[in-house]
Design a protein around this ligand. Structure first.
Ligand SMILES: Cc1cc2nc3c(=O)[nH]c(=O)nc-3n(C[C@H](O)[C@H](O)[C@H](O)COP(=O)(O)OP(=O)(O)OC[C@H]3O[C@@H](n4cnc5c(N)ncnc54)[C@H](O)[C@@H]3O)c2cc1C
Length: 416
């Protein structure tokens, strides 16, 4: 057991070296070192006690788990994050478009719509106050022929219904004046769409959480557990398995959240939704981007269409597409490139041959398979399953990064 917790301490030391760059000027290094040693002694106490108990366990150190842990710790609660990998953010949180979404597309009244709009505002404020690299670069949704104008108008209306009131309708002349390389008959400009460095965001959440006393246990997969009379018991694997009794558990295990919920004895199996994976592949553009805005086509089933996003250095990438898969495999098949050329040339006809290079991929945690209408985020808490202290987060696909701060607040509300 001690070896296991030593591993966690090693993880915390690793984190501490990042923290040096992230602290606010007002936080002195000596405070940081003091709080770091307190964390170490907490871990040792935990390791030596016979019955390991903790107030809150957050499963998963992706952007959602880190945001939830931060929010719980800022309320003064005792928190541990259990992460199966040896670092933060190795899942979907580092395999996405890094776009701060405006909140245009989602069904009006849905959690996705509400939490995206709330989360976007909170996220811009957070980035400003915590020095997280971001850019309010704006995006254009383009109609490439007259037949798409009706859909573009419908999107504009949906945005208004979702409280996104800053979209600007642009005719062909204005559109092409802004982005001359485009093929478009009209566009919607979304000025509040932006880009964010997702890893910097996660480091900032981690820094806040740790400064408020959160411990992170890496290499600590949750293998199962049980609902007991007065706690939620988690069985944790890794080098030295242990069992932890928790008052509160937030399951933010991303693609594995259903498996984790299903492995807790006493949790009603009918409450565990299906698990479906929709892979999104990206291709990078060799050479300079002719665009300075993010360019989105009219959305398609299960995704937003093969769009052009930029990274914070202005390098362009295209994607993600939608490829339904049975297992988690992040390899990008170069053969998918043909489909990309066709999709991209609909709005950028001059895309040169051989300009697309296979990039990376991410996997959307879908709750329904192909052909189904989009599902909302699912917060599965005591109001749904009747077990005090347990909230499962299912189907946290896009716009989960944008909405992360709002999702964390909502998850905590659902504990009641
Ligand atoms: C292709 C793609 C593009 C996207 N683009 C955007 C975008 O531009 N903007 C946006 O807002 N959103 C976007 N998203 C959505 C966003 O990336 C996700 O909503 C968000 O990253 C989900 O974070 P998470 O913490 O729930 O999951 P993850 O990042 O996957 O974290 C889950 C963590 O749980 C850990 N874990 C799993 N099982 C266990 C276990 N048993 N025990 C302990 N730990 C465990 C994993 O190792 C992982 O670290 C995109 C998603 C995809 C797939």
């Amino acid at each position: 057991m001690v070896y296991k917790w030593h591993n966690s301490i090693k993880g915390a030391i690793h984190v501490g070296s990042h923290l040096g760059d992230m602290v606010e000027p007002s936080q002195s290094k000596s405070n940081l070192i003091k709080s770091f040693f307190l964390r170490v002694s907490d871990l040792l106490n935990l390791a030596m006690s016979t019955a390991e108990k903790i107030e809150c366990a957050v499963i998963g150190a992706g952007v959602i788990g880190l945001a939830v842990a931060r929010a719980l710790a800022l309320q003064g609660r005792e928190v541990i994050i259990l992460e199966s990998e040896d670092a933060i953010g190795l899942g979907t949180s580092s395999r996405n478009s890094e776009v701060i979404h405006a909140g245009i597309y989602y069904d009006t009244g849905s959690l996705k719509a509400k939490l995206c709009v709330q989360g976007k505002l909170a996220l811009y404020d957070y980035c400003e106050s915590h020095g997280v690299t971001h850019q309010r670069c704006g995006k254009m949704i383009v109609a490439v022929h007259d037949g798409q104008l009706e859909k573009l108008e419908a999107l504009q209306q949906k945005a208004v219904d979702n409280d996104v009131n800053d979209l600007i309708w642009q005719d062909q002349q204005t559109t092409l004046a802004m982005e001359p390389a485009l093929n478009a008959v009209a566009s919607l400009l979304s000025p509040s769409t932006g880009l964010i460095n997702s890893h910097a965001l996660m480091l900032a959440f981690q820094g806040d959480a740790e400064s408020a006393g959160t411990m992170i246990a890496f290499n600590s997969p949750v293998l199962g557990g049980a609902i007991t009379d007065n706690s939620i018991r988690l069985d944790i694997g890794g080098a030295t398995p242990l069992t932890l009794d928790c008052e509160i558990v937030i399951n933010s295990a991303g693609l594995h959240a259903q498996r984790v919920a299903g492995s807790i004895a006493g949790f009603p199996p009918e409450m565990v939704p299906g698990t479906f994976y929709a892979k999104g592949n990206y291709f990078s553009l060799a050479g300079q981007s002719p665009f300075s805005h993010l360019i989105y086509p009219i959305p398609e089933e299960a995704g937003l269409g093969v769009h052009l996003t930029l990274d914070l250095s202005g390098q362009a990438r295209f994607g993600p597409d939608v490829e339904w898969v049975d297992k988690i495999d992040y390899e990008v098949d170069p053969a998918q490139g043909d489909k990309f050329y066709a999709a991209v040339r609909s709005y950028w006809p001059e895309l040169p041959n051989n300009a697309l290079i296979p990039g990376y991929s991410g996997i959307r945690p879908k709750l329904k398979g192909p052909g189904n209408p989009p599902m909302d985020f699912v917060f599965n808490g005591p109001a749904e399953h009747g077990i005090q202290g347990l909230v499962n987060l299912f189907g946290i696909e896009s716009p989960g990064l944008t909405a992360s701060l709002a999702i964390a607040d909502e998850a905590i509300k659902r504990l009641k």
